[in-house]
Design a binder for this molecule. Structure first.
Ligand code: CDP
Length: 240
């Protein structure tokens, strides 16, 4: 990657031409994998991710079964070719952390009591990374769960806000994530049920409030795109 640009915001515009409160372009394709129960391919800017859901299915190993409800498992994995410097294959501290917080962003939303002793397995593969892969993965996983017909209390939508050159921005890309002052990914179910909130860097109290509100607005926009993608695939009544 090139060195730090002198400025990340020039005349109110970001390096990729976006306004401060603008998301990167999003592309969604639901039901792309034949062998998964549900799947979704999603792009946001230069991030490209694939989510696959298997289940509800029998739990292996058996001792992790829960008698009255399903367990939800989530594996976030970055392909070795997804980043500039080759990523060493296999789990590392970062992917274990992202898998954990992403799973927790779904746990209150999946109606687990419908499937005692079963597992719902969510796999997220990052094919190309450009900052915001955990949020892209959550957005794709949410649609893959819906595609698999897993009962949920709502669609989980996710997006980050950040701070660069002293200004609060929506959906930071790689340069902004690398050289910015703060990054705050959230996930939520509309209208106000926040299931993930992480923060890297420093915000003042007022900046935090501003960033949080902006990230929630981003989630609401993503939610609308997710809803439209589901309607395009299944129709307004959920048929295909
Ligand atoms: O991707 P996300 O913003 O959720 O997580 P992050 O840990 O803040 O990583 C930000 C970005 O750094 C990733 O999206 C990748 O573009 C990059 N990265 C990388 O180049 N090599 C890694 N081993 C990990 C992340």
């Amino acid at each position: 990657m090139k060195g730090k640009p002198e400025k990340l915001i020039v005349k109110g515009k970001r390096l990729d031409g976006r306004k401060l409160d603008e998301l990167r372009p999003v592309k969604i394709e639901i039901g792309v994998l034949k062998r998964a129960d549900g799947s979704c391919y999603l792009e946001i800017g230069n991030n490209k991710v694939m989510a696959a859901v298997y289940g509800p299915r029998e739990v292996h190993p058996r001792h992790v079964q829960e008698a009255t409800r399903a367990i939800v498992r989530y594996r976030y994995n970055m392909a070795s070719f997804s980043v500039e410097d080759r990523k060493r294959p296999g789990p590392d501290r970062r992917s274990i952390e992202i898998s954990k917080v992403s799973r927790e962003s779904f746990e209150p939303m999946v109606i687990k009591e419908c499937f005692p002793k079963a597992a719902v397995d969510i796999f997220v593969e990052i094919l190309q990374a450009d900052a915001g892969t955990r949020t892209a993965g959550i957005n794709a996983a949410s649609l893959a769960l819906a595609d698999a017909g897993i009962p949920m209390r709502g669609l989980v939508s996710s997006c980050a806000a950040g701070k660069v050159d002293g200004q609060i921005i929506l959906d930071p890309m790689k340069e902004e994530d690398n050289y910015g002052e703060a990054d705050m990914p959230i996930a939520m179910v509309a209208p106000d049920n926040v299931t993930l909130l992480q923060m890297d860097g420093h915000f003042t109290k007022d900046e935090f409030k501003q960033a949080f509100e902006l990230a929630k607005k981003g989630c609401a926009q993503i939610y609308e795109m997710q809803r439209q993608a589901l309607i395009a695939k299944y129709g307004a009544e959920g048929k295909q």
